[in-house]
Design a protein around this ligand. Structure first.
Ligand code: FMN
Length: 199
């Protein structure tokens, strides 16, 4: 069973993170879902989901949202004692989706001041797959330099840039395109979009 950490930060597009968790659980993965403080706020603003209260209350709300799966864990963004903060229990992969420029910059600088940044730091040092899904437009040179630095350190930069050659009809089609690309990177089978040359 693959163990994947999914982190939702304060960039626009929390729906990508939600949809990814849904698909990972469907594929029998074990998922640790982390949200930064801004991630929780943007999630509420964009989706209306109010995941508030204690860590365990939030974990229950998340499990309810994802159909009660016990393969879903949640740790507070300040909890540097969580298993994913340690190289000795590094997951198979980590995906930061959406990834804010703030989080990207702090991972690039090796700051590790919250659980998302620390878990990403661990993924890089333990040579586990780290996929960052940045969302910002336009990028400034600082963003671009940070993303290049992260790519050179081993992270996969997979921007939230849906294609249009599969002729999307709905927002869900656009979201699924990006989530399908993430699953491809994780080598998890899916049928979220029709591949070029199929059909
Ligand atoms: C509604 C909303 C949308 C935002 N969208 C983005 C975005 O697309 N990209 C980004 O880098 N920051 C975005 N921000 C700003 C980040 O939330 C902010 O920089 C925050 O400090 C990031 O914190 P975090 O990296 O700890 O999650 C947005 C903020 C709000 C309130």
């Amino acid at each position: 069973m693959k163990q994947i950490v999914v982190a939702i930060t304060g960039a626009s597009g929390s729906i990508y993170g939600l949809r990814l968790v849904e698909e990972l659980l469907k594929s029998q993965c074990r998922v640790a879902l982390l949200l930064t403080r801004s991630g929780l706020e943007v999630l509420r603003y964009e989706t209306g989901l109010e995941w508030e209260g204690s860590t365990s209350a939030r974990k229950q709300l998340m499990r309810d949202y994802f159909g009660g799966s016990h393969r879903l864990d949640h740790y507070d963004a300040d909890d540097l004692f969580a298993p994913v903060a340690s190289g000795s229990s590094a997951p198979d992969a980590m995906v930061v989706v959406p990834c804010s420029m703030g989080t990207a910059g702090r991972i690039a600088a090796g700051i590790g001041s919250n659980l998302v940044e620390r878990a990403a730091d661990v993924a890089l040092k333990e040579r586990r797959e780290l996929i960052l899904v940045p969302r910002e437009s336009p990028f400034n040179p600082i963003h671009l330099e940070n993303l290049l630095k992260l790519s050179r350190a081993g992270a996969h930069i997979l921007p939230a840039m849906p294609g249009f050659y599969h002729r999307p009809k709905t927002i869900d089609d656009l979201v699924d395109f990006v989530v399908g690309k993430i699953l491809d990177s994780l080598q998890i089978k899916h049928s979220l979009f029709q591949r070029w040359g199929e059909g």
